[in-house]
Design a binder for this molecule. Structure first.
Ligand SMILES: Nc1nc2c(ncn2[C@@H]2O[C@H](COP(=O)(O)OP(=O)(O)OP(=O)(O)O)[C@@H](O)[C@H]2O)c(=O)[nH]1
Ligand SMILES: [Mg+2]
Length: 372
């Protein structure tokens, strides 16, 4: 039996992983390859799963812990997808606050399941504004040093660093970021693209479709600092049912909710990593509205809109920010109450979890492709 390909696309929260994965899935489909997608989160109820599923791709969600700590679940997810749709290529999106993916996922997959998979080089996407602040090229609000430690470690282990969102950059800015990434992380090839516009993707996609993972990624990682950095991030996942006696505009509701949450977090100087929401109407349209906010000093952006007003639907909300989970909960509940009251909506929360990610304890850790 031919081996399936395993492609993992990492990068910090909000860098554009899911957007790029959707592009890659279409690209591979057009080449006649079947694709299976695997999403992952510390909690359950993922915007990413709903968004990718709405485009018709088979998706498995691994909830309740990252790939590295739930390695066996990752393999089981791949095997379930294999039974359902026999993918030629698996594309996996790890949690955006995770690092050490080569040692804890790629090498173990290659060593233990090398007969089943070929493993692509690890791509790590960056949002240019975030990267420029972290590398000191621009001033602006940023995360604290332990969160920044994780960010830099993600880049250090990359085979390919992909500057995403190039549509937002002028040429000189792109060049200085490219140079800074190249000199700070000499082990990686630096590429640039816009997953939103579809530019610059071919070179990258060809690399990950055809090149093999390098065999000697030996990254030093202080798991204590990594755990403390992850635990500084509050995590909130919420799913709610929304209905009204008269049809309402879903896009407007999502925009108002995002603005309300942003306003509250800004007033407390809480750094937002990613606020994302989907709204799926309970009708036959199969449509989904998606909104994202990736920094405090940015605007919430609707990446998918609804063509018609809806009368009822499901809202999924995922928020990751550098704050206590309780602060996130307070902001989200206040926004839900405020917006549903103003728009005369009935809102029922079906699932709400808020927590700090637990200390990562990988199932396997291998610093070379061929030895333990
Ligand atoms: N301008 C621009 N925006 C982009 C691009 N790619 C992604 N985005 C936007 O960036 C935001 C975050 O994108 P996602 O794909 O959800 O990011 P992610 O890395 O999967 O986020 P997490 O799963 O939370 O870690 C969304 O608003 C996207 O529309 C791009 O090339 N250009
Ligand atoms: Mg994502």
């Amino acid at each position: 039996m031919a081996k399936a390909r395993y492609i993992m696309i990492g990068g910090f929260l909000g860098a554009g992983k899911s957007t790029a994965i959707l592009r890659l899935a279409h690209y591979l489909n057009e080449k006649g390859l079947r694709v299976g997608l695997i999403t992952n989160d510390q909690g359950a109820g993922l915007v990413d799963t709903a968004m990718l599923h709405s485009h018709g791709f088979p998706v498995e969600e691994i909830a309740g812990g990252c790939f590295c700590c739930r390695f066996n679940s990752l393999v089981e997810a791949a095997s379930r997808l294999s039974k359902e749709s026999r993918p030629d290529v698996f594309i996996a999106e790890p949690v955006g606050s995770c690092t050490d993916l080569v040692a804890s996922v790629s090498y173990p997959l290659s060593r233990i399941y090398g007969d089943n998979f070929t493993i692509a080089p690890l791509s790590v996407l960056v949002d240019p504004a975030r990267a420029m602040r972290i590398l000191g090229l621009e001033s602006g609000r940023a995360f604290s040093s332990k969160v920044t430690y994780i960010y830099r470690k993600q880049l250090e282990e990359a085979d390919l660093i992909v500057i995403n969102k190039c549509d937002l950059l002028e040429k000189p800015g792109l060049e200085s970021l490219r140079q800074a990434l190249g000199s700070n992380f000499p082990g990686a090839e630096v590429l640039a693209c816009s997953a939103r516009c579809g530019t610059g993707l071919d070179v990258w996609f060809q690399r990950i479709a055809t090149c093999e993972l390098g065999g000697n990624h030996r990254m030093e990682l202080d798991y204590e600092v990594y755990a403390e950095g992850e635990a500084l991030l509050g995590w909130l996942n919420c799913t709610a049912e929304i209905s009204a006696t008269e049809a309402f505009e879903g896009d407007i509701l999502l925009t108002a909710l995002a603005a309300h949450i942003q306003g509250q977090l800004n007033s407390k100087e809480i750094e937002i990593a990613h606020l994302k929401m989907t709204l799926s109407p309970h009708d036959e349209s199969g449509e989904l509205a998606v909104i994202n906010l990736v920094r405090n000093d940015y605007v919430p952006e609707l990446s998918q809109s609804l063509s018609d007003p809806l009368q009822s639907g499901q809202l999924i909300l995922n928020l990751r920010a550098e704050a206590s989970p309780e602060e996130l909960r307070t902001a989200v509940i206040a926004a839900l109450h405020h917006c549903s009251e103003i728009a005369h909506l009935t809102l029922t929360i079906e699932h709400l979890e808020h927590f700090r990610p637990a200390k990562p304890t990988p199932t396997h850790r291998m610093t070379r492709i061929g030895t333990a």
